[in-house]
Design a protein around this ligand. Sequence first.
Ligand code: KIV
Ligand code: ZN
Length: 511
Amino acid sequence: MNSDRLIVFDTTLRDGEQSPGASMTKDEKVRIAKQLERLRVDVIEAGFAAASPGDFEAVRAVAESVKDSTVCSLARATTSDIDAAGKAVAPAARGRIHTFIATSPIHMEKKLRMNPDQVVEAAIAAVRHALSFTDDVEFSAEDAVRSDIDFLVRVFGEVIKAGATTINVPDTVGYSVPGQWGERMRQLIERTPGADRVVWSTHCHNDLGMAVANSLSAVLNGARQVECTINGLGERAGNASLEEIVMAVKTRRDVFACDSNIDTTQIVPSSRLVSQITGYPVQPNKAVVGANAFAHESGIHQDGVLKHRETYEIMRAEDVGWSANRIVLGKLSGRNAFRQRLEELGVAPSSEQALNEAFSRFKELADRKSEIFDEDLQAIVAGEAGPSSERYKLISMSQSSEMGEKPVSRVVFSIGGEEVRVESEGNGPVDATVKAIEKEAKSGAELLLFSVNAITTGTESQGEVTMRLQKAGRVVNGVGADPDIVVASAIAYLNALNRLSTAPKANPQQP
Ligand code: KIV
Ligand code: ZN
């Protein structure tokens, strides 16, 4: 089944969510899924429905709201996981079940405690059961990279016979190198009985920084589905990044005999949204979506680009959505214009109440900042209070700092609806603010990361703060945006505390 169409399978909402602290609420997942639909990804892996009732609801909500992309749930090769996945994707216009079982000796022996025959049996049974819910069934051999190729040929041959329609070959631990990975894909397609009846897929992790290179090598050798995530988010060092794969095949059509259906102008807005929601900033030198990806620093380069853009640019910034940095609304803009722009951006809240709250935050911001950009609107919506955000809420704050003196921060916030007033000194204003909040919140959480980025250009920009907290082995990211970076820090810290106060999610790769 080799065609010139590359199927883009986005797993930001599932594997991406397995990044430390990137756990998303149902509403956040729906917001990202709607943006992925605008990006025109073919398949959205919305989560792991069997993990918890919350995960089930999130997959179902995505299945209900997305119309143009296939919506998929991951499921281990067990009846109960597949039942949950089947029910969760049932409302989708097109639903897929993605079932998997590990096939490497180390995983079979040490993790599953199953012998190879039992694994083959479980894989066949899983695919057959999944087919009772949908005719779109994907099978993955977890840790295929360290699996015996003869065994992979056997398992894949059997699941194709059982009716699987997509066969995914994962480099679960990011161990492969491009030449080897491409060769493995080529041999699997050549040797597996029924290989021509299915779509071959690749799913690469980035532990050695080769996830994109490995995925592209698989494509050169016959894979026609790539599993990837926005900004390369994912378990440990992440997954192959969608934007890099898509732009590589588009820019180098001379090398890849295929292209995707992605609307590349939606790449940067997708990257921004995922970064804002997960609290994972994008490194400035990240290919395609990093702030420097199209910035020319050296005089020789600047001169060249001014004379003829293509002297130093192989892609156009506007083709990947960089033109989005526009002033869109101002202080006098009304609710309808606000709603319309959010709809155009694909981030309009679903309820009237959430829209009203977002609108009043927009008005507050417009009073303090004369130019409102798309990125500001996305930050406003990303900061929209979900049910989990209710426990801790910032009411007001003030702080004083003077050179040579210890800054003091006074914070008024609510805990479960009860207002508290706290004050503390600190080494700097952010330290004072966090210490003040901790006086009453008493979380005892450890701060792992504190980062501040400007959302747009200029000193008027809102600061976007990420605070990563760890408590009892659990890691969460809190995000906050405000023109005052100390206020943004307080919002981010309280947001992280809210996330810590919700139940942790299960990881499908742990039995
Ligand atoms: O990395 C992996 O093997 C996975 C599978 C579940 C596809 O995420
Ligand atoms: Zn993975």
